[in-house]
Design a binder for this molecule. Structure first.
Ligand code: APR
Length: 190
């Protein structure tokens, strides 16, 4: 079931990436900007509870989407750590955004469960909405202070557990901001 095929590949834009197959789902990791993933049906926002713009991922996504995104999200806020909610993509190239509130490391407990909830809930929400391709950032590893290798382990473990259960999701991409983060993530993938 959890057959893993690991290979190094070059995508058409010559961005180095690592690709794995978990059950029927393709999992890949690249370095890039989550707000510039035009071939994905959905991108995941490392959101704040108010679902407003912010720094890091939330800033990049809201800037690219335009003010309509915050407006659509307002009635769904506040959300709780581990929760995932769906909106349209507005001016983003993606039809959907899934907003997840990650745990603040050292504060929202148990942080490992709450971070796993983000990935599980986001994938299940994508599946319920027949979303086939979804790109994640490394939730909680920026302003929320989750140590990157620990967060990568939780993300990958949860994806491995959840991927065999989804029907529609076929392709999951991790978009890591720096080369160093990509390398750490690849280490956990191998
Ligand atoms: N694309 C991909 N990854 C990015 C981008 C981007 N444009 N910008 C930052 N990152 C990376 C960071 O380097 C980090 O590894 O995404 C990861 C998550 O960082 P944050 O965006 O800070 O998310 P998080 O740690 O979950 O904190 C959320 O930050 O901006 C505020 O309003 C937001 O309060 C919320 C909090």
């Amino acid at each position: 079931m959890n057959e893993v095929v690991l290979l190094k590949a070059l995508n058409p834009k010559k961005i180095a990436m690592t690709v794995k197959t978990i059950s029927h789902v393709k999992l890949e990791a690249i370095q890039g900007n989550i707000a510039n993933q035009p071939d994905m049906n959905a991108v995941v926002n490392a959101a704040n509870a108010r679902l407003e713009t912010g720094g890091g991922v939330a800033g990049a996504i809201h800037r690219a989407a335009g003010p309509g995104l915050a407006e659509e999200c307002r009635p769904m806020a506040p959300i709780k750590p581990g929760q995932a909610v769906l909106s349209g993509g507005h001016n983003l190239p993606n039809p959907f955004v899934i907003h997840c509130l990650g745990p603040v490391f050292g504060m929202d407990k148990p942080e490992e469960k709450l971070l796993a909830d983000c990935y599980r809930n986001a994938l299940n929400l994508a599946d319920q909405n027949k979303i086939e391709t979804i790109a994640f950032p490394a939730i909680s590893t920026g302003a929320f202070g989750y140590p990157f290798p620990d967060a990568a382990k939780v993300a990958l473990k949860t994806i491995k557990e959840t991927a065999p259960e989804v029907k529609h999701v076929k392709h999951i991409r991790f978009v890591l901001y720096s080369q160093k983060d990509l390398q750490m993530f690849e280490k956990e993938m191998s």
